[in-house]
Design a protein around this ligand. Structure first.
Ligand code: ATP
Length: 362
């Protein structure tokens, strides 16, 4: 196993396309890290640099304590799993698993041991004689994973390996990859645009945007303490609500509502000029129906859509010209057209500078 270190790493495709911009990130030995962000943010490029499929423009990339900037892919002791399974259609599962090892001129006995062990881990033992076309999508993806496992590499690199699977299979395979990681403990870099995948699988998550790393932390750190509006809106589902407010002393004014803050947030807001704009953020699942809670900020809203989800309801309401989405237990029986008063527990309110979009107080 090994650590992977991005040290001020840049990847420029041209003067104006900087796919990865000064990336600094240390991935621990045995860690499962998710690189996440919207399309074009540079996550695949960062992964391809680790694989040696792209040259690095500047900075250093280390696997373990070795600088690998100029090391050939085959010498890096990594194995990559792609979104397209890239299996050889004319070969059996056994031969697909064995192929990379044969190329390396490994002894037949050792190849056989690794293929059978890998197939056992992934539940592919029954399919070793089949060709890929006789397998389901999920089984094919398991063969692709198996091909990486039999290499027994120091680092797994996975690029959206679940995106060709349907929703149910994706959830199952997600759990399988997590189990696999628990069993093998191999350092894994997993690229996805799906924040739910990142939240459920990663020991840590690195959020990227426009080639720049925004924040790295455990799923809970990112959920509880996003450093900026982008991370706050990207992590969590349904997405965080945002609304514009104005300062008044240590309070915020949201249309006709006064939001009375406390603690660090009140202190930070009081330092701003009176009437300055502050962006507030609050997650749908943190909104409650007001019932006299003390340590909460409150505001009224008009309900225009109610989506019944079983245990909960997703409420879409308008307040001071902003759409607000709330996830509320169905037992409240909120009705379309009604006026409700929402409460947000004080410690669940996020505040951001509208210019820099940085969190003002976590
Ligand atoms: P996606 O999820 O869509 O794959 P991504 O976050 O993985 O997106 P990258 O594929 O890393 O993003 O691309 C980052 C940026 O680099 C994009 O602006 C992309 O257009 C650009 N880019 C990627 N590959 C090349 C290339 N070979 N030549 C020029 N520009 C490229």
């Amino acid at each position: 196993m090994a650590t992977v270190t991005f040290d001020h790493m840049y990847k420029r495709y041209s003067e104006d396309v900087v796919a990865v911009n000064d990336l600094n990130l240390e991935i621990g030995d045995g860690e499962f890290i998710c690189l996440v962000g919207p399309s074009g943010c540079g996550k695949t490029t960062a992964l391809r640099c680790v694989a040696g499929l792209e040259d690095i423009s500047d900075g250093r990339l280390l696997i373990g304590d070795k600088v690998v900037n100029n090391m050939a892919p085959k010498d890096r002791d990594i194995a990559m799993v792609f979104q397209s399974y890239a299996l050889y259609p004319h070969m059996t599962v056994y031969d697909n698993l064995a192929f990379g090892l044969k190329l390396r001129k490994m002894a037949k006995d050792e190849i056989d041991r690794r293929v059978r062990e890998g197939a056992e881990i992934l539940g592919l033992d029954k399919y070793l004689d089949r060709k890929p076309r006789a397998l389901s999508g999920g089984q094919r993806q398991r063969v692709a994973l198996g091909r990486a496992i039999v290499r027994e590499p120091s680092v797994f690199l996975m690029d959206e390996p679940l995106s060709n699977l349907d929703a149910k299979l994706r959830v199952q395979t997600r759990a399988e990859i997590a189990r696999l990681h628990q069993r093998l403990g191999t350092t894994t870099i997993y690229v996805t645009h799906d924040q739910v995948e990142a939240m459920t699988m990663g020991d840590r998550i690195a959020v990227m945007r426009d080639g720049i790393l925004q924040q790295v932390g455990t799923p809970q750190q990112l959920y509880d303490h996003p450093v900026n509006v982008f991370v706050a809106g990207f992590i969590g589902s349904p997405a965080m609500n945002f609304a514009s407010t104005r300062t008044d002393g240590s309070d915020l004014v949201f249309g006709g509502h006064r939001l009375v803050l406390g603690g660090e947030q009140a202190r930070v807001v009081a330092q701003r000029p009176a009437g300055a704009e502050v962006l507030i953020g609050f997650r749908p699942e943190h909104l409650e129906i007001a019932n006299g809670q003390d340590s909460a900020v409150r505001f009224k809203a008009a309900v225009d859509v109610v989506e019944y989800l079983g245990n909960d309801e997703l409420i879409h309401a308008m307040s001071e010209g902003h759409e607000v989405v709330a996830l509320i237990p169905s037992s409240h029986r909120v009705t379309v057209g009604s006026q409700i008063e929402f409460a947000i527990p004080m410690d669940k309110l996020h505040i951001f500078d509208p210019g820099s979009e940085k969190a003002l107080a976590a």
